[in-house]
Design a binder for this molecule. Sequence first.
Ligand code: CAA
Ligand code: NAD
Length: 292
Amino acid sequence: MKIETVGVVGCGLMGSGISEVAARAGYDVLVREVDERAVEQGRDRISASLERAVEREKITPEERARSEERIRYTTRLEDLADRDLVIEAIVEDLAAKNEVFSTLDRLAPGHTILATNTSSLPVTELASGVGRPDRVMGLHFFNPVPVMKLVELVRTIETSDETYATVLEFARALGKEPVTSPDASGFLVNLLLVPFVLDAIRQVERGTATIAEIDTAMVLGLGHPMGPLTLCDFVGIDTFHRISEIMYEEYREVRYAPPPLLKRMVAMGRYGRKSGKGFYDYAGDEPVPLTL
Ligand code: CAA
Ligand code: NAD
């Protein structure tokens, strides 16, 4: 089977990036968001990212225009029923994702593949709720999607060889480097990344060092592109909190437990870069670390 039409559910940080790379690779993309305002925000995000790609001479203005033409938007999930592949990229919440999957399972033709961009939910949890578990996969992209090369492909014990081969070909057509990861909460990358970031937050809580000291040390000492607290802001404090809760629930290991500070930040709406404030304040030209 060959993918020609792609549906993306959710046009936040990840859904917008996934839609962009799929359109740039020539696919016909239809994106679903919850309401018109969210559609506009998603469209603006894609437009800004394509503009950046033109400025950096990665694509020509004509390629940008063609990519934008390939992406259409809807607020109706039913409209995605004609797609060959649907990639779900909504909030990290099992019930919400299950609802999307069961609706699409009911409406879409038998050949449609349902993929999830979940960071931490085992794909089996989603596959077990639909009538086509052989056509369900994890397709885990990294933020920012247009830049990060890796994509984790996750198959469950029910995923068919044909589905796997089709999704592998799709990931390669996007210019990504696919790795096959186990269907365990956090797959490979988050299994290692999440405890590292949570430990950095615990050091802030304990007063071992400041936010800026921790980030600077990890950037200059290890050559990381971002320190762990900047990265947490970049991923989204709300998303990171949900990931941590899910992984802790799965493994019952303290290393995955959400530190109280993370919970408090979510309660206060400090969602990181996307809300303007997280471990840093993004109101000015340069991020300013917050005093906690
Ligand atoms: N969208 C598109 N392109 C972007 C971008 C964005 N949001 N941000 C940066 N870029 C591009 C730039 O155009 C630039 O491209 P060229 O080098 O080809 O010109 C390149 O990325 C570098 O950008 P900048 O020079 O502006 O900035 P930078 O050097 O500080 O890099 C970064 C920015 C790529 C985000 C870098 O800081 C980085 O790699 N950070 C770590 C990101 C990371 O770890 N991501 C994984 C998060 S975990 C995850 O995704 C999994 C999960 O489930 C939570
Ligand atoms: P986000 O908060 O930026 O965006 C989520 C979007 O989903 C919002 O725009 C919201 O309006 C929309 N949404 C919610 N319910 C919906 C529904 N039923 N139908 C359509 N849209 C709906 O979140 P994000 O960072 O893009 O994360 C999305 C998914 O990708 C999560 O599962 C997350 O764990 C995963 N992920 C995130 C990152 C990251 O760095 N942020 C990286 C890899 C994977």
